[in-house]
Design a binder for this molecule. Structure first.
Ligand code: HEM
Length: 138
């Protein structure tokens, strides 16, 4: 069975998703305040794109560069409560909807049902992962 990475046509889909996600972050002051380098989110976008591509069956470039993902540990320096999680999910949901949209030029081979299946699979995973990264639920 093809991996989701293959289904979406590889790395450009994840690059676009991360780029759009960080555009959303830029306009959310609560999220933006968490980022160590809010003036230059390009490298953070690249890390997210490579991580997601690797997770969904793409090349292991993320781990080759950064080592084992250990996302809980890597998020420990940032206070992530329910509000931060919700804002992160809102931003990624918006970015994902725009990236799977036919006008974005990705997923050219896929019909509407297949696109929404890709969207659903990614959102289910991202929601579960974001819940797991909450480190200050109070
Ligand atoms: C729950 C809300 C979340 C918040 C507030 C948050 C916030 C952050 C912040 C502030 C960084 C540091 C930016 C950088 O320099 O890379 C970061 C890094 C990162 N985040 Fe998140 N994040 C959240 C959820 C997630 C989720 C759900 C994933 C993946 C499914 C994810 C994947 C990553 C990755 C791969 C990095 C780069 C790690 C590294 O290699 O250093 N994050 N996040």
């Amino acid at each position: 069975m093809a991996s989701l990475y293959e289904t979406v046509g590889g790395q450009p889909f994840f690059d676009e998703l991360a780029r759009r996600f960080y555009e959303e972050v830029r306009s959310d002051e609560v999220l933006l305040a968490l980022y160590p380098d809010p003036e230059d989110l390009g490298p953070a976008a690249e890390r997210l794109a490579l991580f997601l591509a690797q997770y969904w069956g793409g090349p292991t470039t993320y781990s080759d560069r950064r080592g084992h993902p250990r996302l809980r540990m890597r998020h420990a320096p940032y206070r992530i409560g329910g509000d931060e999680r919700d804002r992160w999910l809102r931003a990624v949901t918006t970015a994902l909807a725009a990236t799977v949209d036919p006008t974005a030029g990705h997923l050219g081979e896929l019909d509407a049902a297949e696109r929404s299946q890709v969207e659903r699979q990614l959102l289910d995973y991202l929601t579960m992962a974001a819940d797991h990264l909450v480190n200050d639920p109070s």
